[in-house]
Ligand binder design. Structure first.
Ligand SMILES: [Cu+2]
Length: 292
């Protein structure tokens, strides 16, 4: 374990030198922060660890999120309930943990931290007519989008990690750009980003965020940003199997994106953050003519 940490550290040092050498081109893109928190879940298949961590002063509030971990040993050593320290590395388009050290073993009662998010709606399941409130403060219902494909995801505007919510919004912007320029997709695709931080993401906040993401001239015609009461958001999140709840004031946070057909049924679920816009566009293309 120690050898691996040393190797990681050395790799970091040589990278710092390499970056310093070409500093005339770009400023140092990586930031590193000390992190302390509790392991909530170990997601071996996704190579991530769900961590409920303390605040990083000046950078991010205490929260619970999935973090990529590159050290393979971590997945046989880490267990829910352990207290760990680590370095959070934030590069321009991704973030991950390095140098994880278990500072305290799990106490028996701490297993109650384990996430309870369900498996999510099976493909083909009809999506209920969930009600939400959009960026204009207007009540929306999911059934109003029937007759066209609906692509929805979950975000929150304050999310500071570039490969989580900001990446989802970046992907959506890319998909929207394609949809708008492809006459076979354009008239009939709607995007919806649902905030899991309803206390902070009021319509005005979502509107400002959406203007940044969706672009002119009619930013909200084909991409809306919505939230609602905590109960409304919880019900939608639960239906799609999003691991998401608050605990001690912290946002618990995974990622899921869903493609709903014109018939109002779940067509695809894209979990995590490694799905590509091209994949969604191809799935959208396959939906052409369905349910008309
Ligand atoms: Cu996020």
């Amino acid at each position: 374990m120690r050898a691996q940490r040393l190797a990681t550290w050395l790799a970091g040092v040589s990278m710092a030198f390499a970056l310093a050498a070409c500093q005339t081109q770009k400023p140092l893109p990586q930031q590193r922060f000390d992190l302390k928190g509790k392991v909530v879940a170990v997601n071996t298949g996704e190579s991530t660890v769900t961590l409920a961590h303390e605040a990083i002063p000046g950078y991010m509030a205490a929260m619970t999120m999935d973090y990529p971990v590159k050290d393979k040993w971590a997945f046989s050593v880490l267990k829910p309930g352990q207290t760990v320290t680590a370095t959070l590395v934030v590069a321009s388009d991704r973030a991950w943990l390095e140098g994880i050290v278990v500072s305290e073993e799990a106490k028996p009662e701490s297993t109650s931290l384990a996430p309870t998010g369900g498996a999510g709606a099976p493909l083909g399941e009809e999506v209920p007519d969930f009600a939400l409130v959009n960026q204009d403060g207007k009540l929306i219902h999911l059934h109003q989008y029937r007759g066209k494909p609906l692509l929805l995801t979950f975000i929150y505007t304050r999310c500071p990690l570039p490969d989580y919510c900001p990446l989802m919004s970046k992907n959506f912007a890319q998909i929207l750009g394609q949809v708008r320029s492809d006459p076979t997709l354009a008239p009939s695709t709607h995007l919806l980003s649902i905030s899991i931080d309803p206390d902070y993401d009021k319509p005005a906040v979502l509107r400002a965020y959406g203007l940044d993401c969706a672009g002119a001239p009619h930013p909200f015609n084909d991409w809306e940003f919505a939230s609602g009461t905590p109960e409304q958001v919880r019900r939608v999140a639960e239906f799609f199997g999003l691991k998401c709840w608050t605990e001690g004031g912290q946002i618990v946070h995974a990622l899921i994106t869903a493609l709903i057909g014109p018939d109002g049924k779940v067509r695809q679920l894209y979990r995590g953050n490694d799905w590509q816009p091209a994949q969604v566009l191809s799935d959208l293309g396959n939906l052409r003519g369905v349910g008309k």
